[in-house]
Design a protein around this ligand. Structure first.
Ligand code: BGC
Length: 951
């Protein structure tokens, strides 16, 4: 006791003298604190990236806080880390403001290593802040040799010989095992060619759906890792799995519709399972239970299971307790072993798996003729339903799914085309009733038509299960205008429905493909709603795996060739450049650039060759693809913008991105090279496609009668909204001509009765082009319009998602185009989201990863008086909002620690600008840059600011 006391006194004394002698060391501590620690964009992931990238966000009170240095500690146990013993990596103090994309730089990591880590940061005065909470990641199986499991299967193809649809049942697998003692750690590594659901001792493992996800299974397949320590026990255990065709062996896209010689089995005929349970006993001994021929297999209640066509379940064929120990499987047979493809990689899933987002209670149930009942779930979405039913053994319940109703109140399913999208449940007649949710199909729908009930069902008979890739929410957008709020909500629902392992075009009809044009047009919009970093880390691999032999990127990826003539298309293929570029800009991710650089360079080479060294695609340059010229400004209204003119602009656009990306990875020569190409393209575009005044023109005679081109019969014109919108957006024009182009764009809109005429490629740049040339009033008018064609027209006609066509449904009139193409859940026209955030809220990325950004809100003249947006960037939470009250404008802005915002405060008189009701001149946190074109420009560091100004 005495000793302890004197020790404490000595420490206090030493500290006191030290503080006097070295005041710097003992100055006030900082509250700069790292949080949201992530590895490879994810919280607590299992990864096989050998040098995973770490990131953290920072918070601190006060203003203008930055990180001047950081230190990372990585240890192999939480105890070691707690006592600062970094046995794997101590980065030591690293000077700089980097808080993300920091590559692990410690000891090489072996398969299965669990890495615990923490970080601390030094603030602007050089004070170290507290350590973060502990985070961790785990290394997956790094080598194929780590896999002891075989591919096992049960060929049931002979049982799938229906007339229109050949749908075999789903095979079940089981294995019992005796575990020798108490278990310290257990991991399940599992994958399939096809889809799997895994169970242990009667319990479903994980909350993921449609695993292992869609890839080019000839090249790679992903696996999932589950910590199942608490799901196994000493003694008898049972492992069970059920697998289905999925993307591997099931129907894909419109193959059936277009009469493709192959309609299913694009990657293989028989779905296969590969799984191993690795157990470490408390004794330290290890054991692996791996799939092999001793796993028993059978087929049972899942009689049909197909992504597009639905699931049929006969509850009378259930095997009770089949995945529990003690089940009698003597009638089951042994599994067959299938050879591995040596070239097929097996890797840890890098994306966000599909999970349940929410459940939707039925809003209404309406009886219909013929014993049918129509359930309305109140929202169009992608997912499933849970059926709750009581009835007799053998009763059959049939569920049909539709997005909308005919004006007569009947469910509309024509727009599903060849997707049967029908689920069937055959009752076993349990007295208490039975519930069922399919596992291996999904639908895009709001309405469910159910037949086969014995008595009138209540609302609880059907529950909607919303599924989506679990991309974390990242942003919000709100105004004082209901129409716009609804539009935003619709955009978010549409993204949720279509970010479904790959970015799909739609969730309902026989398509659901990773259309590259849709993906590139919408990606920037998507970044504002959700954190799509991991989702695109995955899909960019799919996209590059699908790069064609001629080095073009395909029109959809993965690219199983659902129609023989599907190749590439300008405006679609450029996703190969635009998507990695957007991921780089948004998250500061240079790895995607390095990883895919050779592929991107190869594509640019193709484009150069295709331009015959002229750096412009003259009319009819793409007659060799189908449709001729590619898809062009798909679904535009009125005369077509020549696809070759658009292709030329896209070529310039991606060349400029290549220049920027080359610079970001230190390839300065290549950067200069692509800059020079960009200049050549701009010049060639001007020479070939503009007249003396700079107006876009085209030689439409070159397209003949337009036959073979999308909407070719409507004729071609260079002087279109889409042409100017793209030219401005892509910086194809010199400043003077750019301004003229903005004016022509306004003229064209006026001449078109103040309506837009743009399609897939023209919509996204339309409002940004208007705003960036000083025409935000016109942009707001288009945004707020409720006349066809407009976003408001959809909302007015009852949309709760974004539609494929501006007039997918008209109240009182119904539909046109149903059987052709009429999706009610298609995000392409939702790309207006980009303008909502970039211009209405005014947030634009500067330095990659929002290390710097600008806030320059475009204040609406009428219709909207208030806008609020939040965006959680990789550098932390950004908030921006403006409000107009009479002649006063207030601006509320939050800037995250370690970032700098350039804010443009709208005002006619800079002297009226206040922050927190005080003059800004003397505020040391605000760096005034100048007054120009109706905005006072200031630079601010972290903190929350309340600006007001007079106009
Ligand atoms: C898809 C689109 C896609 C297009 C190609 C359609 O059927 O649904 O979204 O981009 O084909 O033009």
């Amino acid at each position: 006791m005495k000793f302890a006391q004197s020790t404490t006194q000595t420490i206090v004394l030493i500290a006191f003298f030290a503080a006097v002698l070295c005041p710097k060391l003992f100055a006030m501590t900082t509250d700069l604190k790292p949080l949201n620690l992530r590895t490879e964009y994810k919280i607590t992931p299992v990864t096989d990236v050998v040098k995973p990238r770490l990131s953290w966000e920072l918070t601190a009170t006060g203003r203008g806080q930055v990180q001047t240095a950081y230190q990372l500690l990585v240890a192999s146990s939480s105890e070691l880390l707690a006592s600062d013993k970094a046995d794997l990596w101590n980065s030591n103090k690293v000077i700089g403001n980097t808080t993300n994309q920091v590559e692990y730089g410690g000891k090489p990591l072996a398969s299965r290593t669990v890495c615990f880590w923490k970080v601390r940061s030094w603030d602007k005065t050089g004070q170290p802040g507290p350590w973060s909470a502990t985070a961790k990641w785990e290394m997956g199986l790094l080598n194929k040799a780590d896999w002891k499991a075989e591919w096992i299967g049960n060929d049931l193809t002979a049982l799938g010989k229906g007339k229109t649809y050949q749908l075999p049942p789903a095979p079940f697998f089981r294995k019992e095992t005796q575990l020798k003692g108490s278990v310290k750690r257990a991991r399940l590594y599992v994958t399939s060619l096809g889809l799997y659901e895994f169970q242990l001792n009667g319990k479903r493992i994980g909350k993921d759906y449609f695993t292992p996800g869609w890839t080019d299974y000839n090249k790679r397949v992903y696996y999932q890792t589950y910590d199942v320590t608490s799901d196994v026990k000493a003694g008898k255990n049972a492992l069970g799995a059920v697998i289905a065709d999925g993307w591997y062996a099931g129907y894909l896209g419109y193959a059936l519709l277009v009469g493709n010689p192959v309609v299913r089995n694009f990657y293989g005929n028989v779905p296969l399972l590969k799984a191993q349970l690795e157990v470490e006993y408390t004794s330290g001994e290890k054991e692996t239970i791996a799939s092999d021929q001793t796993w028993k297999t059978n087929h049972g209640p899942i009689v049909e299971a197909d992504l597009l066509n639905g699931e049929t379940y006969n509850a009378n064929l259930e095997f009770d307790n089949w995945s529990k120990a003690g089940y009698d499987d003597s009638k089951w047979k042994n599994s067959a072993i299938y050879p591995d493809k040596p070239e097929r990689k097996i890797e840890a899933y890098p994306g966000n798996t599909i999970q349940v987002f929410q459940e939707l209670k039925a809003k209404t149930v309406t009886p219909k003729a013929g014993g049918r009942y129509l359930f309305d779930l109140g929202q169009n979405f992608a997912g499933l339903v849970r059926l709750n039913v009581k009835g007799n053994k053998g009763d059959t319940i049939t569920l049909k799914f539709g997005e909308v109703l005919f004006p007569n109140g009947e469910i509309m399913t024509e727009n599903l085309r060849k997707a049967r999208a029908t689920d069937t449940y055959i009752l076993k007649g349990k007295k208490e009733g039975e519930t069922w949710t399919p596992k291996f199909t999904y639908h895009g729908f709001q309405y469910v038509e159910v037949s086969g009930f014995r008595t009138a069902p209540g609302l609880e008979a059907i529950t909607g299960i919303v599924l989506s890739s679990a991309t974390p929410s990242a942003g919000s957008f709100e105004t004082d205008n209901k129409l716009i709020n609804k539009l935003y909500e619709n955009i978010v629902w549409t993204q949720r429905s279509n970010y479904f392992d790959v970015p799909t075009d739609c969730p309902q009809r026989d398509e659901r493909l990773g259309w590259t044009g849709d993906a590139q047009a919408y990606i920037q919009s998507a970044t504002f709603n959700n954190d799509i970093s991991a989702f695109f880390t995955k899909w960019l691999v799919d996209l590059n795996d699908a790069q064609r032999a001629d080095h073009t990127y395909p029109i959809y990826a993965p690219a199983p060739n659902v129609r023989k003539t599907d190749t590439y298309s300008p405006g679609w293929s450029e996703a190969g450049i635009i998507c990695p570029y957007t991921i780089y800009k948004t998250y500061g991710d240079t790895k995607v650039i390095r990883e895919f650089w050779p592929n991107m360079v190869a594509y640019l080479k193709f484009m150069e060759a295709k331009s015959k060294g002229e750096y412009v695609y003259k009319e009819a340059s793409f007659e060799d693809i189908s449709p001729k010229g590619g898809f062009g400004d798909w679904l535009s209204v009125g005369k077509k913008t020549p696809p070759d003119l658009l292709a030329t602009m896209y070529y310039g656009y991606v060349a400029s991105m290549m220049a920027e990306m080359a610079k970001a990875i230190g390839k300065l020569d290549e950067s200069a090279y692509y800059d020079a190409i960009f200049t050549k393209i701009k010049q060639a575009l001007l020479t070939h496609y503009t007249d003396k005044t700079g107006k876009f023109k085209t030689n439409s005679a070159a397209y003949g009668d337009g036959n073979g081109y999308v909407d070719g019969e409507m004729g071609f014109d260079g002087h279109t909204q889409t042409a100017y919108a793209n030219a401005i957006y892509m910086h194809m024009l010199m400043p003077e001509l750019n301004q003229k182009a903005g004016n022509w764009l306004v003229d064209l809109i006026k001449a078109n009765n103040n309506k837009l005429s743009t399609g897939f490629l023209g919509v996204k740049p339309l409002l940004p082009a208007l705003s960036s040339t000083g025409h935000s009033n016109e942009a707001y008018k288009l945004l707020l319009s409720t006349e066809y064609p407009s976003w408001g027209f959809e909302v007015k006609n009852g949309a709760n998602t974004i539609w494929e066509r501006w007039n997918s449904y008209i109240k009182g009139k119904g539909f046109e185009n149903n059987a052709g193409m009429n999706s009610f859940n298609h995000y392409a026209f939702g790309s207006v989201n980009e303008w909502l955030f970039d211009y209405a809220a005014g947030l634009k990325v500067g330095e990659a990863g929002y290390r710097t950004f600008t806030i320059k809100p475009e204040i609406a003249k009428e219709g909207i008086n208030e806008v609020k947006a939040t965006y959680r960037s990789i550098n932390g939470m950004i908030e921006t909002g403006w409000k107009k009250t009479g002649s006063a404008i207030s601006l509320t802005i939050t800037v995250p620690v370690n970032t700098i915002a350039t804010v443009f405060i709208p005002t006619t008189n800079p002297a009226t600008v206040l922050e927190a009701k005080k003059a800004i001149k003397t505020n040391p946190a605000i760096n005034i840059k100048g007054f120009k074109e109706g905005y006072l420009q200031v630079e601010i560091g972290s903190g929350t600011y309340q600006f007001t100004s007079q106009n």
